[in-house]
Design a protein around this ligand. Structure first.
Ligand SMILES: *Cc1c(COP(=O)(O)O)cnc(C)c1O
Length: 343
């Protein structure tokens, strides 16, 4: 159906007309030789935006996370992370495959890690347990209904981390900025490396960035090549990426307002389902449902696409290609959903 309302992910966003024009007009060179001026401009713009000395353009957020693990981690050491984070749960075991790090996972029900638990894991290395080489956090946290971190808690975490580097998986860092008013650079100041996806709510067709210290990014460039992510005339992708960074952040509150309305509709339909609409502050709604297959089929019959992220867990994501009318249609479809919700 041509006019389906696609709430499966913000990755489905189409590049804007301006992005397509920028792609056609991009000045390019061989980026593997460091000769693509548009890629360089994007890397510099991102580094400045997140307050880091250097940045690296990579094909995907997954690769940015994997590069961070390879540079900051080492085989046989521990990476501390939330058990529902992307780097733990949604990268097909890539950390074990690519870096040989072992995750020590912590509860991340509200999207954040408990500084006291992080301190415990670090101390345990004195008691015959593996050394901690890095801590990975996610802001916004996808599985926690896109929850942004709280700054006081991040400051406490950074203090508990001591000299252990923090990697910030900021696939949707600009959604955190838009929801909290805390600039991306202020979040990133507490991390050694920061990654961000341009290909999600920011509507670029392809690409993510990893920011960090010069030496980390220089090593990261080598790891990108090892992982097969070196690109040539990649300026055609960096050009829409620059527009993503400079023009698409300001409209994110629209997506957040629409997600909030969807969350209210979910809570109305399943009052005992455990979703508190006020917890939805960005563009993602996740909720428990006893029979997701039936719910998804019902929604699809009404022209609405949704997805699941775990057993009995449904996800709706708003983005630029879903307008108010689309959200109204989804709300109507949710109201008429026949199957039980809840856990
Ligand atoms: C989407 C996502 C990634 C990975 O990005 P891809 O470009 O899809 O590989 C990493 N972390 C989080 C939190 C994400 O949502």
């Amino acid at each position: 159906m041509a006019d389906q309302i696609d709430l499966r992910s913000d990755t489905v966003t189409q590049p804007t007309d301006a992005m397509r024009r920028a792609m056609a007009d991009a000045v390019v060179g061989d980026d593997d030789y460091g000769e693509d001026p548009t890629v360089r401009a994007l890397e510099e713009a991102f580094a400045e935006r997140v307050g880091k000395p250097a940045a690296l353009f990579v094909p995907s957020g997954t690769m940015a996370n994997q590069i961070a693990l390879r540079v900051l981690g080492s085989p046989g050491t521990t990476a501390v992370a939330g058990r529902r984070q992307h780097v733990v749960a949604y990268e097909y075991g890539a950390a074990a495959w690519n870096s040989g790090v072992q995750f020590h996972t912590l509860d991340d029900d509200d999207g954040m890690l408990d500084p006291a638990e992080v301190q415990w894991v670090r101390q345990a290395s004195q008691d015959h347990q593996p050394a901690v080489s890095l801590i990975s956090i996610e802001n916004t946290h996808m599985a926690a209904s896109g929850a942004p971190w709280s700054m006081p808690q991040l400051i406490a975490l950074a203090s508990a981390a001591g000299d252990v580097p923090i990697h910030l998986d900021g696939a949707r860092l600009f959604n955190a900025e838009a929801a909290t008013g805390v600039p991306a650079a202020a979040w990133a100041a507490h991390a050694t490396t920061v990654m961000c996806c341009l290909s999600k709510a920011l509507c670029a067709p392809v690409g993510s960035l990893l920011g960090g210290p010069e030496d980390v990014i220089t090593q990261g460039r080598l790891e990108r090549k090892r992982l097969g992510g070196g690109m040539r005339q990649a300026g055609v992708l960096a050009a829409p990426g620059l527009l993503a960074l400079t023009q698409m952040v300001e409209r994110l509150p629209e997506d957040h307002a629409r997600a909030s309305r969807l969350a209210e509709a979910v809570a109305r339909r399943w009052p005992d389902g455990g979703l508190d609409p006020s917890s939805v502050r960005t563009n993602i709604v996740t909720f428990a449902h006893a029979q997701p297959d039936k719910l998804l089929a019902h929604l699809e019959d009404h022209g609405v696409l949704a997805g699941t992220i775990a057993p009995r867990t449904v996800r709706l994501v708003t983005h630029r290609d879903v307008d108010d009318a689309g959200v109204e249609r989804a709300i109507t479809a949710l109201a008429g959903a026949p199957e039980s919700g809840g856990r």
